[in-house]
Design a protein around this ligand. Structure first.
Ligand code: FES
Length: 183
């Protein structure tokens, strides 16, 4: 005659799944639903990101920089350097131009040294005249200029979409007379 244990299984008396089996099944079910929920959450996020792309707030490429009378002749104005990467320069003869504040060697930002009347790059020592023409250091060419004009309200307006790239060994005042504004 068989004993009780053999007749009713090792773990229980009813012949159904044991508590251990139930726990395992519940655990696996939860893992399955959890994975599905995670999958759906990630896909929903990607879906929403598609419709709401991250917005990059870049400064406009056209901007006004005040009235001509605000600029004394023979000065370099660095007021728009940080936000727009541009200097507004007024030559002694009264003409204006807008120059990109970016060294043509490796892109550092030079400083205008008023006492020496030159731009000096802090990275590798390139030097430029007020016109942007390079004369010392490793810079390969003059700094670039942007279009500057007079807006309808009489203010100076810079348009960075129109660029006059510096040409090696050439003076931009002569190569690009259209970069100069009489105002
Ligand atoms: S980046 Fe200006 S000299 Fe090198």
């Amino acid at each position: 005659m068989q004993d009780e244990t053999t007749l009713h299984g090792e773990h229980g008396t009813s012949g159904g799944p044991s508590p251990v089996d139930n726990d395992r099944r519940n655990f696996l079910t939860k893992v399955g639903w959890g994975s599905l929920a995670g999958f759906l959450a990630i896909n929903s996020y990607a879906f929403l990101r598609f419709f709401y792309p991250r917005v990059l707030f870049e400064p406009p490429s056209q901007f006004k920089v005040g009235f001509p009378a605000d600029y004394p002749p023979g000065t370099v104005n660095s007021q728009y350097q940080r936000e727009f990467g541009t200097w507004i320069i007024r030559l002694q003869d009264g003409r204006f131009f807008a120059m990109e504040s970016k060294c043509t060697h490796l892109g550092c930002t030079p400083s205008w040294l008023e006492s020496q009347k030159k731009f000096k790059c802090p990275c590798h020592g390139s030097g430029y005249y007020i016109s942007g023409l390079n004369f010392e250091g490793p810079a390969p060419r003059p700094m670039d200029r942007f279009k500057i004009s007079i807006a309808e309200d009489g203010q100076l307006q810079v348009d960075k979409t129109i660029k006059f790239p510096g040409i090696p060994g050439k003076e931009s005042n002569e190569v690009y007379p259209q970069s100069l504004l009489k105002a």
